[in-house]
Write a protein that binds this ligand. Structure first.
Ligand SMILES: [Mg+2]
Length: 388
């Protein structure tokens, strides 16, 4: 079988409500799907991390840079293809957009390989360690309202996510370290004393401010403190990890095994959050996972994007061995964005409807059946939301 075409589909729509995190507000939802076609009619799907204009630029890398390198290759040869492409891109970017672009192509090759073999991705990745995956719901995005309005909205939203059946919740911060503590208190009061919650700073703090907020998280028994400082500040990560009781997590902005090596060898993280649609795709994710587990660092995947990304992550989470193992190991969780996202809810011919699964099962999602990712995007839907 030969690869005959590599095509990017950029989907966009205007959100009813603007969403914010510590770095920016956005009012347009986007997704970047990659379709790899073959001479035998089989098609594989992948997704690249990177919203808005980043997706537009990544499309050029996918179609104009990577496509010519892999036309005519056998899609099953995904590790060979990965290294050929990486070796040619290396001089032009070992992190960031070239690797995001390669990620979507690689995921599509794994989808194709599964379809050719008649095996679901979780089997190709080594087999299931669990049949269903616990799901945490994130929400509590920043808005432009004042702090008092934020406080009451965060309290209500957190209570709603708990009520919806998710096993834990995650909030954003970024209104300044003092206001952020009010937001964190609001979420704790909305969910009660026992329900697990996590806090995502999207690297907006200095180490001093992160320590200030982290002490409050220690008191409120938060599960993890995500991207407290800039991803380049590995020493800052290490200091916080030593000084705080709360788990320090991060890694969504790190790429390839060579980038992850420094985070892990530096003992910077209690919980690693690799993003498969950014760090190099499934081929590279499996190497990063092995490296994390080599350092006995638990992994909870970062998940963002459309139903294609969610499906890929469900397979990878099902196939993830427990670390360090035991009768009652801590389970990895699926990150699920509870905010408005048509590309997650309505993209597929047969939607996964994870909120309904969570409601019915008390917090779990099942792994899609069928070969490859086990999901098929609806061509009519793609056409409706595609931008050229
Ligand atoms: Mg994050």
């Amino acid at each position: 079988m030969k690869i005959t075409r590599v095509k990017s589909h950029i989907l966009q729509y205007e959100l009813d409500r603007e969403l914010g995190y510590s770095q920016q507000f956005y009012s347009r939802r986007s997704a970047h799907l990659v379709e790899v076609q073959t001479d035998e009619g089989l098609t594989g799907w992948g997704e690249c991390f990177g919203p808005g204009n980043v997706a537009i630029a990544n499309r050029t890398i996918v179609e104009e840079v990577i496509q010519p390198m892999i036309l005519g290759c056998d899609p099953v040869d995904r590790d060979a293809i990965w290294h050929n492409v990486y070796n040619l891109l290396r001089d032009h970017g070992q992190k960031g957009m070239p690797i995001q672009a390669l990620s979507g192509v690689d995921i599509a090759l794994w989808d194709l390989t599964g379809k050719i073999a008649g095996l679901p991705l979780c089997k190709l990745a080594g087999g299931r360690h669990r049949d269903r995956v616990p799901v945490y719901g994130y929400g509590m995005m920043l808005g432009r309202e004042d702090i008092d309005a934020h406080v009451s909205r965060f309290r209500d939203e957190a209570a709603g996510i708990k009520e919806a059946g998710f096993v834990a919740t995650k909030m954003k911060v970024g209104l300044g370290h003092r206001n952020d503590i009010r937001l964190i208190e609001a979420v704790r009061s909305g969910i009660g004393e026992e329900f697990p919650f996590m806090v995502d700073a999207n690297h907006c703090y200095t180490v001093a401010d992160a320590f200030y907020v982290g002490q409050a998280l220690d008191e409120m028994n938060a599960y993890w403190f995500e991207e407290p400082v800039a991803p380049e500040d590995l020493d800052g990560y290490g200091e916080l990890r030593t000084r705080l009781k709360t788990n320090i997590s991060g890694g969504e902005a790190e790429f390839t095994r060579w980038g992850w090596r420094h985070l892990l060898e530096g003992r910077c993280l209690d919980i690693a959050q690799p993003e498969v649609c950014a760090l190099g795709g499934i081929s590279e994710y499996l190497k990063v996972l092995a490296l994390a587990h080599t350092h006995f660092t638990p992994v909870v995947n970062h998940v963002w994007g459309s139903a294609v990304a969610v499906a890929a992550n469900l397979h990878l989470l099902a196939a993830m061995p427990p670390v360090p193992g035991g009768l009652n190991p801590r389970e990895p969780m699926l990150e699920f964005d509870t905010t408005d996202n048509l590309f997650r809810d309505d993209l597929l011919v047969e939607p996964m409807d994870i909120p309904a699964q969570v409601r019915r099962s008390g917090g779990y999602a099942s792994v899609p059946e069928g070969p490859g990712l086990g999901v098929e995007p609806d061509p009519g839907f793609i056409e409706r939301y595609s931008v050229t």
